[in-house]
Write a protein that binds this ligand. Structure first.
Ligand code: GDP
Length: 178
């Protein structure tokens, strides 16, 4: 079965997004204290594919050693997983492009890992401003990458973008199983 991994900085809204996608409150733990997940969790969806919850990166309060170990674990998983179909990189739609996200996205591209961007917390800005910010974030990739990855604008609070993300996964599932 194919795997779809979700990753982003601590507190980006990953647990909330996973719960929205799974329609399940409390499946992935949401928390006000970021940086807690240190494990790679697999959720089987419809007996068809695995949703993979990767630990958040760039959590300043972790020790350097723990941070390094985490990065190695994440990189190891991503590079050595033939069944990994796509990585969803979560970005808070309110944020400008930050170094840690840019480096991670560049690393995925250089490693030829298929990925797309999921902007989170769109309700905090409203639809128009959210779309503007997302476009600006994507444009900042353009000087380094000829081809831009797909992106989604979501709000777990408002259940927005759920179908788009799930349809995209469906499409990949179909195209890879042909
Ligand atoms: P994680 O650390 O990336 O797993 O982030 P969480 O899902 O635990 O969310 C971090 C914080 O952001 C929590 O306080 C959530 O309630 C809040 N949050 C997550 N998604 C949304 C959203 O779509 N809209 C709003 N307004 N808040 C959100």
């Amino acid at each position: 079965k194919l795997e779809y991994a979700f990753i982003g900085r601590s507190n980006v809204g990953k647990s909330s997004l996973i719960n929205m996608l799974c329609n399940h409150k409390g499946l992935a733990k949401t928390s006000a204290t970021p940086g807690k997940t240190l494990l790679i969790n697999h959720f089987i969806i419809n007996n068809e594919w695995y949703l993979v919850d990767l630990p958040g990166y760039g959590f300043a309060k972790r020790s350097k050693t723990v941070q390094k170990q985490l990065e190695q674990m994440i990189a190891g998983y991503i590079l050595q997983r033939p069944q990994l179909a796509n990585v969803f990189v979560l970005i808070d739609v309110r944020h400008e492009q930050q170094k840690i996200d840019r480096e991670f996205v560049d690393w995925l591209g250089e490693s030829n890992i298929p990925f797309c961007i999921v902007f989170t917390k769109a309700d905090k800005l409203g639809p128009v401003k959210a779309r503007m910010n997302a476009q600006k974030w994507m444009q900042a990739l353009e000087d380094r990458w000829e081809e831009l990855p797909p992106y989604f604008i979501t709000s777990s609070e408002k259940k927005m973008g759920r179908d788009e993300v799930l349809d995209y996964i469906d499409e990949i599932n179909k195209s890879l199983s042909e």
